[in-house]
Design a protein. Structure first.
Length: 310
């Protein structure tokens, strides 16, 4: 989307030069293998294991502001690259930033961990600050207290994952799809996970901005547009599951003739991924009607929490 492209260029000037070149899909998805541990909980109702992003003091949350400076290679203090959740029987699930040309940066796509929930402009901020990339790590959950930065996860938990990234013909050299994956040889059925819009994505869908296809701030509802997330599954041998078909979820759908209209959600909702079957890896993509010569204009972010494994 154009705002990120402009920031990417600015970032490259102010940091060590990043040589960008096309790479293979597997290179795009290299994830730092530093392992941190979390606690999981097993429900007695069906014996699901739930990844909840909580109860691990070693988790490095996005910060020190809701922009998430520590999600970029140029940050001078402790940087987030990946986080691995320990599952029962010694299995693991890893989330993290994509590595392109050996550097880990959120603008390359990935899944990070956050607790920010700024949903309006705080003192000193004006315009569309709260729905810009400067607030890209906030969740838009109206069941939580605005800017409390706690209790904004699903079920009033504190932490959640936030994914960014999509793939098209334009961005292959510097961005890859967000993904998470399990230990080699391990497969789970993902019964469901909970999703919520980020503040950035919610605000742009709701109010629009000048980077849209129209060149002016037009909401997705006014434009009669849509935005959706797609999940693709892969088994332990790297083969696509579900016949290569994704499981889709519309985050908004205002197209003429759509019945019923899918309004933009302001709280956590469930997403059933069981149709993917037993998976070792899940990759995500975003597709929307507001696309132009530089690709997708709607910010390709989504917050995730409480992933139910069976």
């Amino acid at each position: 989307m154009r705002k990120q492209f402009r920031f990417l260029a600015m970032f490259a000037v102010t940091s060590t030069a990043l040589v960008v070149s096309s790479c293979s899909q597997e290179d795009d998805y290299l994830i730092n293998d530093a392992i941190q541990h979390s606690q999981t909980r097993t429900h007695t109702d069906g014996e699901y294991t739930v990844i909840d992003f909580e109860n691990d003091p070693s988790i490095l949350l996005a910060g020190p502001t809701s922009y998430g400076e520590n999600l970029y290679a140029a940050y001078s203090d402790a940087k987030f690259t990946s986080w691995t959740s320990t599952l029962p029987r010694g299995k693991t699930c890893t989330f993290g930033l994509n590595s392109i040309n050996g550097a880990f940066n959120f603008y390359n796509g990935g899944i990070v961990i956050s607790n920010w929930n700024i949903m309006s402009n705080p003192a000193g901020k004006t315009g569309d600050w709260w729905y810009s990339y400067l607030n890209q790590c906030s969740v838009y959950n109206t069941a939580s207290v605005d800017a409390a930065n706690q209790g904004a996860g699903h079920g009033n938990s504190n932490n959640f994952g936030i994914m960014y990234g999509y793939s098209d013909d334009f961005n292959a050299s510097y961005m890859a799809n967000a993904q998470f994956y399990f230990s080699p040889g391990t497969q789970y059925i993902i019964q469901k996970m909970h999703i919520c819009n980020s503040s950035y994505t919610y605000g742009v869908m709701k109010y629009g901005n000048q980077f849209g296809a129209s060149g002016s701030a037009v909401s997705l509802e006014e434009a009669k547009g849509y935005f959706k997330v797609l999940a693709y599954g892969f088994d332990a041998n790297g083969n696509a599951t579900n016949g290569g078909r994704p499981v889709e979820k519309y985050l908004a759908d205002y197209r003429i003739g759509t019945t019923p209209i899918i309004a933009i959600s302001t709280q956590w909702i469930e997403w059933d991924l069981s149709a993917l079957g037993a998976v070792n890896k899940v990759k995500f993509n975003f597709v929307g009607s507001d696309s132009g010569a530089y690709g997708l204009n709607t910010p390709a972010y989504l917050c995730i929490d409480d992933i139910y494994l069976h």
